[in-house]
Structures are given as structure tokens and as C-alpha cells.
Write a protein that binds this ligand. Sequence first.
Ligand code: KG4
Ligand code: ZN
Length: 338
Amino acid sequence: MKDGKFLTLGIETSCDETAIAVLADGRTVLSNVISSQIDIFKNYGGVVPEIASRHHLENINGVLDESLAEAGVTLDDIDLIGVTDGPGLIGALLMGVSTAKALAFAKDIPLVGVHHLMSHISANYIEDTELEPPFMALITSGGHTEIVRVDDYCHCQVLGGTRDDAVGEAYDKVARVLGLGYPGGPKIDKIAKEGDPEAIHFKRVYLEKDSFDFSFSGLKTSVLNYINHEKQAGREINRADVAASFQEAVMDVVAEKAIQAVSQSGMKKLVMAGGVAANSRLRDKLGALCEKEGIALYRPRPALCTDNGAMVACAAYYKYKSGQRGSLEMDASPSMPL
Ligand code: KG4
Ligand code: ZN
């Protein structure tokens, strides 16, 4: 406690970001420090799990010190530690979980493990301090694409998800073949602004009627085939047009299914979550559709969409408030259902 405020420390290391934040009373960010390994993985074209774990180990103490200093607090002021315990890269997750357990043990602070996707959803409580469940959430990230009905702060129900690639994964793969580098999502987002989304027609895959599942592997293959075909024919590829056309094919399906889920539920609130929620086209598309349908749309600022410690602290705060407690026996899990 400091100045009468309940302080939560949030630790996130599920992939390639070492991130630690301090939150006051569950929703106010006092610090949100992120040490990204993007510069390292640019050279590899993607995350190398073993290297990611090593860098978490090297960075985590520095990130912790910086986060506490920026918040103007010490570990003695912290009331709760929240940490991502899954899903994610196991070696990377273990760095955060071990750190959290060590701090909890040394300072006798309560500890709560949180699901990575619950954290992504919780970023919205920070962005919009009035938001309360129930609502529908569209989670799109590097590892997940899910439509989730959020009933309260700690419970949700998955209505559908991807059967193969996650949206972010498809973006990263297409970006790689276009030679745009890693991470591909922001690069495609940027270059697509200069392209024509109708230049190439890529098939939209909706799967069965009324299904909230997704499939993006066919689209990814269509893009690869298109590029190879053009190359073989000796034609130059317009990367902006390919990026814009690919993006439109993905986001048409994602946006339509999300709106359909909200409409069917009668909830009238849609929350965006995960790294791909930072995508400008998806934000605009959903913005327009929600306005037309009278649905309130929640879009965290891009820095809260991608992996960060603040969202972990927020999810931990609500889990703790609901009476749930972790223990020093806590383990990390690479795959964990919501
Ligand atoms: O949530 P996140 O930081 O990590 C995971 O939990 O996976 O999401 C990372 C993903 C990457 O695939 C990245 O390319 C994608 O989010 N991404 C974007 C944008 N910013 C990040 N995809 C499309 N447009 C963006 N602006
Ligand atoms: Zn994430």
C-alpha cells in the first residue's frame, strides 16, 4: 500500500517481451516497462524460444528495478504480485514465474498466476476505467485468434477460435515472404496503407454457417502461390497491393464474425484484445461496423494491445479480489485453456 492505494506488480514473459508494471487499485498505471527483444529476433525472422528465455533472465532484474523506480515505490509497498503462468513459450514463462515466486517468498507478498488471454482482455479495463463485464471480446494475437464471451472479471466462454494459424502468425509469415521483416504485423499494417485492397482477390474463408471458428492457413498459402506465380511469370510484385489485399481478406472475416457474435448475444459491447488489435485496418473496420450496429467498441491504445505487464497486473488484481490465490508451488504451462 502506498498513499492508501493497493499496488499490484504485473510480470509478463510469455514470449519475447520482458515486461513489468505497477498498477494502483487495479486500473491506474504507475509504471509499465517493456524490454523488447525485437531487435534480436529481426535477424532470425522470428522468435527463437531458447534465446528468448536467456534474454528474459538477463533483463528481468533491470526491468523490475526500472518499473519500481518509475512508479516511485519499493517492493515493500507491493500488495500483490501477478504473473503470466500460461500459455506461452515454456522457458520464457518460467523466467517470469520463477521471479514472481522468488519475490513473493522473499517479501511475503500474495501471488496470483494469470492466463495470458485474460490479461489481454484486461488491458481494456485500464484503457476505459468505466468498462465492466459482461461483453464480447475479440482476441487476435501472434498465438491466438478467439471470440470470447466475458461473463465477469474471471470467467469467460470461448465461442470460437482458429483451427490453424493465428492472425498474427499469418501476418508474420506473409510479411516474411514479402521480405518485410519481423514482426510482420506492424509492417504489413504500414505498407498496406499505400496499396489497393482490391488489387488481388484472396478467398475469404468463413467455414460453416454460424461457426465462430477461423482458418487462415489456406489464405496464407494463396498469398505464397500468388507471389511464386508472379515471380515465375517474370512480373514484379507490388508488395503494398499484396499486403493490402491479404489484410482485407483477413479482416473482412475477423470483423464480420466478431460483429455476428455480438449481435447474437445481444450484448452491445465489443472489446478488442491482443497484439493484432493494434492493427489500424481492424480498428477502423470494427469502428465503422460497430457504429452502424449501435455496438460500443473498446480499443486499447496500441501499447496496451501488445504484451505488457500492466494488463497482467490488472487481471491479477481482479482474480485476487475474487478470492483466488496462487502458491509457491505454482508452475508454468505452455498450453492452458481459457
Ligand atoms: O499479443 P502479442 O504482443 O503477443 C502474443 O501474445 O502473441 O501479439 C503479437 C502479434 C505479432 O504477430 C505481431 O505481428 C502482431 O501481434 N501485431 C500486429 C500489429 N502489431 C502487432 N498485427 C497487425 N497489425 C499491427 N499493427
Ligand atoms: Zn500476447
